[in-house]
Design a protein around this ligand. Structure first.
Ligand code: CP
Ligand code: NVA
Length: 308
């Protein structure tokens, strides 16, 4: 039995470097393989926020593993009418083999993990987006053949994606620079956690200087300026974030080999220009594809399907 069997993934830092490598190596194998599986496990999806990539990539990944998917839309289940999470968790535990949850508070997925025995996967909370980062790491590894020592700059809001990138990147030996406007810094506890995981001081840089952060970077990464739940702040944030836009001028400061990533959905001419998104350094579509391979590998590991 692998040491990932039966585990939860609530934060990217729930995995260590060796375990992330296990998932990434399996994801690479599965990506290149036409093998069909017949594992007949059931994945539940409990999503309180919208999703295209995560919902579809998890579903297709589970179908390709030979299993089934149940979409537990909160507005059509009792949890949406106020049934306690603790009760819902204990009941779903009796039916499902694995459950992916997209919600607001990190505490809520912790409650599910505390009250159920099946693996609980964070499919995005306000604090983290670990499944996204597994696919991002796979994409960076495909481009550079390694993660160790690669410099990645994230520009924009110090949000869930920034947090998981910081933790996941540092865990894998990368140098992670986070450039945000004043007042939109990443969560201080996450920064401290990343600093405690780092083995070299240059692995964690937090700055307001988008240009300095982009110089010689090998990965430039951005995300929406207003996340789900912050829609009413969208207009007021535009002038604050304008100088953090990934445009050709910023790309020119990065390393010649630099790749451009965005977790999507993207707002063109806001956090990223169409020119850069569609340009030759963009790996955004490979990154979206890798969501499926990385999550398929993750589920295979958490369900113990790879144990022989
Ligand atoms: N990147 C991402 O999680 O996309 P969705 O919101 O479409 O799932
Ligand atoms: N930070 C974004 C990511 C979307 C995939 C959000 O939480 O809405």
């Amino acid at each position: 039995m692998s040491n990932l069997t039966g585990r939860d993934l609530l934060s990217i830092a729930d995995l260590n470097q060796e375990e992330i490598n296990t998932v990434l190596n399996l994801a690479a194998d599965l990506k290149g393989s036409k093998e069909k599986f017949n594992y007949n496990k059931t994945l539940g999806l409990l999503f309180y926020k919208a999703s295209t990539r995560t919902r579809v990539s998890f579903s297709v990944a589970m179908y390709q593993l030979g299993g089934n998917v149940i979409d537990l839309n909160p507005s059509r289940t009792q949890v949406g009418r106020g049934e306690p999470l603790e009760d819902t968790a204990r009941v779903l535990d009796r039916y499902l083999d694995i459950l992916a949850i997209r919600t607001f508070a990190q505490e809520d997925i912790q409650t599910f993990a505390d009250y159920s025995n099946i693996p609980i996967i964070n499919a995005l909370t306000d604090l983290e987006h670990p499944c996204q980062i597994l696919a991002d790491l796979q994409t960076i590894q495909e481009s550079f053949g390694t993660l160790e020592g690669i410099t990645m700059t994230y520009l924009g809001d110090g949000n869930n994606v920034a947090h998981s990138l910081l933790l996941g990147g540092v865990l894998m030996g990368m140098n992670v620079r986070i450039a945000t406007p004043e007042g939109y810094l990443p969560n201080l506890d996450i920064v401290k956690q990343a600093q405690s995981l780092a083995t070299r001081p240059e692995q964690v840089t937090i700055t307001n200087d988008a240009k300095a952060a982009s110089e010689n970077a090998q990965v430039l990464y951005t995300d929406v300026w207003a996340s789900m739940g912050q829609e009413e702040e969208t207009a007021q944030r535009i002038p604050i974030f304008q100088s953090y836009q990934i445009n050709q001028e910023l790309v020119n400061l990065a390393d010649d080999s630099a790749i451009i990533l965005h977790c999507l959905p993207a707002y063109r001419e806001k956090e990223i220009t169409t020119e850069v998104m569609e340009g030759k350094q963009s790996r955004i579509w490979d990154q979206a594809e890798n969501r499926m391979h990385a999550q398929k590998a993750l589920m295979a590991c958490l369900l113990g399907l790879t144990d022989t």
